[in-house]
Every structure is written in structure tokens, then in C-alpha cells.
Design a protein around this ligand. Structure first.
Ligand code: FES
Ligand SMILES: [Fe+2]
Length: 439
């Protein structure tokens, strides 16, 4: 795939994206290094690592990362790569290493902070100046930051401070964490993990695409309406019906949902309402929240039910149901997706079920919703490689100039059907891709 004489700067012209962004292997390699490598990526939630020695491993921007609960209770990340010859230290995605990490190849061992403890038969290194070589320094540290239990890593040594990149979203994380009266959330069960045969940007754009619901999901929404319409009046609404019926809303509803573009490619869709706004009240839970946070804050927390919050470029969260989707791009045409459910550790069972039910019902490839999406993204991935229009349009709601379209320093409110949500992602893409490696 070639993009002719276009520079990196020209591949997004403010309202159109060149198709090579979805197809080009060279651009993909650059995205891994300059975008995913230098920005903070969600790796997990602290509730997944309760004890010293507990770990999560993940491939982030092509780097094998190991997040560990250390002996002192803190969280830290290292590269999952032995300092001797590079063997992978742990191969499971989640587990407990015990008190130390031991390489399965020649038995070098490490403390949970990555420092080297022991090398078998070390006497053989007596004249090798071992203690001053790179291998003796232990495992390579990876920058780690945690906020209200959500843990992020940055695999490149260069990049923004966590607080700088995530500044527009810290208040969102507060609203989500405050869904627990005690401020404690927990991950519920394993994730749904799937490999999508499409570029990661097709997925991320779609998270902010409300209009496709009217056509792509019309059959699922119509089936839910039909099934529910046959029930006798006063029939208690099952959770699956409660979650699927709002997909049948029309254009005006999605437009009124509202959105907000934020600096850095981040965004909130559903600032005024969303398909999650009308879920049933949970009585005692709402009361417990008011007791813990005060009535005003509790009302604010419960009213925050966005369609999606984009943590550009690699994650998206919902508040109710409480879910997080994580993108791990594998190739220009392959993306690993993980979908996690969370809930207040001290919340009612209904709230726990909301996340897991929604994920199975909407995000699983076996669901009645995601199979529509996956078919469409994968067909778009194939078709974009065909000759024809070189550009993908993101022009819905374009205000005429990039200056007027941008989020400004504090964000900008827009309608829920405005493709500014996607243009905002590509403005951030262009920024990171143009930033030289040494900056
Ligand atoms: S590669 Fe790990 S001990 Fe040799
Ligand atoms: Fe969809």
C-alpha cells in the first residue's frame, strides 16, 4: 500500500483520512513506536493483583510487559524479558510468582521490583566484570502510574507524564470510582478476548459512531422490541431487554445524547443521556452512595452514564454498565480486543451482573450486536484495499475550519452524531505521528 507523495502531516486533512492509515505496515510500525509506545496504556485494575507476587502480563506496543505487586505492596512494571538472554519470565497472562521471579532457562532470579538476586554458579563470572555490565542491572523498568485503582504503563522512556496525558479524564475516573461507596472497584471474572481482522482505528472510530446503530443493529434492536412487545403488561423487564431496547432509539435520541471532544484525542459520548441512562434504580445502593459521598455527589455519580469515554488511543470505558475495552493492535489488519467488567466491590449483585451481562450481550463476537459490527469492520478492512476512493470521510458536522473543530484547551460540546469525535482522534494521531522519536 502506498500513499503517493503524501507526508505524515497530510494523511489526515482535518476531515478526511487517507486509506493507508488502515492498511500500511510501515505506518503501523510507526504507530506502535510513536503513538502506543509513548502514551499511557491501560494494563489492568489493582483488584486483579491483591497479594505480593501477583502479576499481569501483556504485550503493549510490541513490548512484553509484566505488572507486579511488589513485596512492599506497591505496583511496578518491568519488561517480561530475562536480563541474561531474554527468555520470557512468565508466560501466563495472570498469576502469582510467589516471592521471587525465576527464569526458566538458566535459573537467574529476581526480586519483585526486578532487581537481580542470584545467578547460579556465579563464580564462573569472576573475571568477567559482571557486576558492571547491563545484565547485572536486572529487569528493565517500565513507567507505571495508577489512579483510583486503574493502572497504566508507558513502554517508551520518552513521553508525557501520566497526569498531563490523562488530565482531561481524571474527573471521569473519579466519577467511575465513586460508584463504590467505599471507592473500591473490582474486576468481575476473566475478560472476553478476541482477535479482530481489522485495523484498530476502525474499532476506535466505531465506539463514537452512533449513526450505525440505526442500520447495523436494527435487526437486534427490532428483535428485542418484538419479544418485549409480546409480554403481558407489568412483566418485570429482564436485564437483557433493559439493555437491548435502547438500541432501537432513533436519530433524534442519538443526536441529543451529546458529546464532548477533549484535548489529546480523548472524548466523552453521551454527556446528556445515552442508551444506559434509563436503567432501573437500585434503591439501597443509591442510598448507600448518598451516605458515603453526600447527596449531591451521589446524584452526580449516578447521572454520569456516558455511552463511551475514549482514553485515546487504547481504551474505552463505560460507567454503567461498568466496562472497559482495551485495544492491543497486532498488525495493520489485526487487533486484539479485551473486554473487562467491573463493579463496586461493595455494590449489589445486580450491578455486578450489569457489566458481565452487557459484555456478553453486546461485545462478545457470539452476541446479537457485536457480530454486526465485526462483519462490517472486517469487510471495510478488505474493501479499503481495493482501488477507488483514496479517502475516508469523517465530515459529518464539520464546522468549516480545523480551528473551530478542535477541542480547545478545555474541551468542546457537540451533538451525539458529530464525527468531530473521530476527527479529534485523528488530530491526536497526527500530533503523535509527527513528533520525532527523540521528543
Ligand atoms: S535467559 Fe534467563 S537465565 Fe538465561
Ligand atoms: Fe455497533
Amino acid at each position: 500500500m502506498t500513499n503517493g507523495a503524501l507526508s505524515l502531516d497530510q494523511l489526515f486533512d482535518g476531515k478526511r483520512v487517507h486509506r493507508s492509515l488502515y492498511l500500511d505496515d510501515t505506518l503501523f510500525a510507526l504507530e506502535r513506536r510513536r503513538l502506543f509506545g509513548r502514551t499511557w496504556q491501560y494494563i489492568g485494575h489493582e483488584s486483579q493483583l491483591p497479594q505480593p507476587g501477583d502479576y499481569l502480563s501483556a504485550d503493549i506496543a510490541g513490548q512484553p510487559v509484566l505488572l507486579l505487586r511488589r513485596a512492599d505492596g506497591s505496583l511496578g512494571a518491568v519488561l517480561n524479558r530475562c536480563a541474561h538472554k531474554g527468555s520470557t519470565l512468565v508466560t501466563d497472562r495472570q498469576g502469582c510468582a510467589g516471592r521471587t521471579l525465576r527464569c526458566p532457562y538458566h535459573g537467574w532470579s529476581y526480586r519483585l521490583d526486578g532487581s537481580l538476586i542470584g545467578v547460579p554458579n556465579k563464580d564462573d563470572y569472576a573475571r568477567a566484570a559482571f557486576d558492571s555490565c547491563e545484565a547485572s542491572r536486572g529487569l528493565t523498568p517500565v513507567a507505571t502510574a495508577a489512579y483510583r485503582g486503574f493502572v497504566f504503563v508507558r513502554v517508551s522512556a520518552r513521553g508525557p507524564a501520566f497526569e498531563d496525558q490523562m488530565a482531561p479524564l481524571l474527573a471521569v475516573i473519579d466519577l467511575i470510582a465513586d460508584r463504590s461507596p467505599s471507592g473500591r472497584l473490582q474486576v468481575n471474572g476473566p475478560c472476553l478476548r478476541m482477535k479482530l481482522r481489522c485495523n484498530w482505528k476502525l474499532y476506535l472510530e466505531n465506539i463514537n459512531d452512533t449513526l450505525h446503530v440505526l442500520t447495523a443493529h436494527a435487526s437486534a434492536a427490532g428483535a428485542a422490541e418484538s419479544v418485549w412487545g409480546e409480554q403481558a403488561p407489568q412483566t418485570p423487564k429482564p436485564m437483557a431487554i433493559e439493555q437491548l431496547l435502547p438500541f432501537a432509539n432513533g436519530h433524534a435520541f442519538f443526536e441529543r445524547m451529546g458529546g464532548r471532544v477533549l484535548p489529546g484525542g480523548h472524548s466523552i459520548l453521551g454527556t446528556q443521556a445515552s442508551i444506559h441512562s434509563a436503567y432501573g434504580d437500585l434503591g439501597d445502593y443509591s442510598e448507600a452512595l448518598a451516605q458515603a459521598h453526600g447527596p449531591e455527589r451521589a446524584a452526580q455519580v449516578l447521572a454520569f452514564t456516558p455511552q463511551n469515554v475514549i482514553f485515546y488511543p487504547g481504551a474505552a470505558m463505560k460507567a454503567s454498565p461498568l466496562t472497559i475495552r482495551v485495544l492491543r493492535p497486532l498488525a495493520a489488519d489485526q487487533t486484539l480486543l479485551e473486554v473487562w467488567a467491573l463493579a463496586p466491590a461493595d455494590g449489589p449483585a445486580t450491578l455486578h451482573r450489569r457489566g458481565t451481562t452487557y459484555n456478553r450481550l453486546v461485545f462478545s463476537p457470539m452476541s446479537v450486536v457485536a457480530h454486526d459490527d465485526i462483519h462490517l469492520w472486517e469487510s471495510a478492512q478488505r474493501a479499503l484495499a481495493a482501488d477507488g476512493n483514496e479517502w475516508v470521510s469523517l465530515q459529518r458536522g464539520w464546522p468549516g475550519t480545523e480551528a473551530a473543530d478542535g477541542p480547545g484547551p478545555d474541551g468542546r460540546d457537540i451533538s451525539g452524531t458529530d464525527e468531530a469525535l473521530m476527527r479529534n482522534q485523528y488530530s491526536a494521531w497526527r500530533y503523535w505521528m509527527n513528533l520525532p522519536d527523540d521528543e
